[in-house]
Design a protein around this ligand. Structure first.
Ligand SMILES: [Zn+2]
Length: 173
């Protein structure tokens, strides 16, 4: 989990120095080795190698995807992240419809699976977004629940509205 979160951070910040711990290109850039950090021995293999030159004697060598540009770290690192998350979600998470049919939620069998769901949403850019309340003097941080939300609470929303109304009338008087 920690490696997975570190990888997501490195991807989001495009930190090549950190992505190099996961993705290593050969000097001629025809081959790339991806490192999966195993968690309690669950991985069948720790490394995956992709190459432009396939070798029939080496069935563990995969064809280098065309969309991975030689030397690029981001696309291969994203592959590690998605493979790891998919492995973690497989058979542990079940989508369910809310009783009012307005959306889907994910039922998980453990706290760890729940954390991987959060990570998956984060990877999609749909993780929790926090913001500072826009009402002067409030100073609260809050979780944005809908796109245009500016205030931490209904109370601040009302107060800010009343403040705007007061400001307006004091200008026009
Ligand atoms: Zn507030």
């Amino acid at each position: 989990m920690a490696h997975c979160a570190a990888l997501l951070d490195a991807l989001n910040e495009e930190r090549n120095d950190r992505l190099q711990h996961f993705v290593e290109w050969s000097p001629d850039r025809r081959r790339v080795t991806l490192t999966f950090y195993p968690f309690m021995g669950l991985w069948a293999h720790k490394f995956m190698r992709f190459s432009k030159d396939l070798n029939p004697d080496d069935p563990m060598l995969y064809r280098l995807p065309d969309e991975w540009l030689p030397g690029d770290l981001l696309a291969p690192a994203r592959y590690i992240l998605t493979e790891t998350i998919n492995f973690r979600l497989n058979n542990h998470v079940h989508p369910c419809l809310y009783p009012d049919s307005r959306g889907l939620y994910f039922k998980t069998d453990s706290l760890l699976s729940g954390l991987y769901v959060s990570l998956a949403l984060e990877a999609l850019g749909k993780g929790e977004q926090r913001a500072l309340c826009k009402r002067e003097g409030c100073g609260n941080h809050f979780t944005i629940e809908h796109g245009s939300q500016k205030y931490c609470s209904e109370r601040c929303n009302k107060r800010a509205y009343e403040q705007r109304k007061r400001d307006k009338s004091s200008v026009t008087v």
